[in-house]
Design a protein around this ligand. Sequence first.
Ligand code: NDP
Length: 294
Amino acid sequence: MNLLDGKLVSAKIKEDIKKEAAAFTAQSGRKPHLVAILVGNDGGSETYVASKMRNCELVGFESTNIRYDVDVTEDELIAKIEEINQDPNIDGLIVQLPLPKHIDPEKITETIDHRKDVDGFHPINLGRMQRNLPCFIPATPYGIMLMLEHYGIDTAGKKAVVVGRSNIVGSPMSILLARNSNPGNCTVTLTHSRTANLKEEVLAADIIVAAIGRKHFVTADMVKEGAVVIDVGINREESTETKSGFKLYGDVDFEEVSKKSSWITPVPGGVGLMTIVGLLKNTLEAAKGTVYPK
Ligand code: NDP
């Protein structure tokens, strides 16, 4: 078993981003600027946004966290997004999901100017990604592709099975792995809760991407000898063993699956750290205007 080490790869890529951010700042007189909107006080969302903000500071970006109470109206949120869309000193905008039930996430996503949509969730970015055109790629799949690239994992002609079809992870991941690119050129099967014979599908995979949201869902008996295993899952459980009071578990039973896999990502220390890198890279690109010229 070899580790796909998110700690190591993310640190290396963040060093490169830091240099590029410094060059951008020297040339333009301002730092790349990311705004994150957080609604309510969901524990997981608080942690993710805090980590995104901290990483922005680390690489020399400006970051602003705008917080709303859980009862903010959809109209108020939309008005704020429209204001940010017009602000030339803001390069990237993310609205942390999930949102409260009375707010339509689709409407919010489509209100964000696609040129500032550094989460890559806007239909324009998703459509452009599918057509292999310059775009912002959703941060988690982007981070996974950077990880595969870093380790030189041979993906061409391989059978990839993605478990989970969410708009933010599974679906875009399946598109990226199938694209005519490197990494890419896989033959992809996208699976979900209605898939028949899921175990057989996963067993046939050379590359498995698990994005389900259930602790240790992928067990060793579902994995072919030598498979590459990417674990996207972050399942929080209360624990007295950690300072935070929580322990994180992946969607893959790392202990047993790592005995069969050729490469595997740990949780924590894998895809989560690469997601941050995906977001930082998109924000830098937004500032520089390389995806959508300013
Ligand atoms: P969603 O809940 O949006 O999607 C889960 C997917 O898993 C759905 O497509 C669902 O199928 C499928 N699924 C659920 N149960 C089964 C089952 N028994 N068999 C097969 N498929 C099943 O989750 P996300 O994609 O947002 O997140 C997945 C996991 O990844 C979570 O743990 C989340 O916390 C984590 N995550 C981690 C990130 C990171 O940076 N590392 C970033 C984003 C998410 P169906 O569509 O049929 O309901």
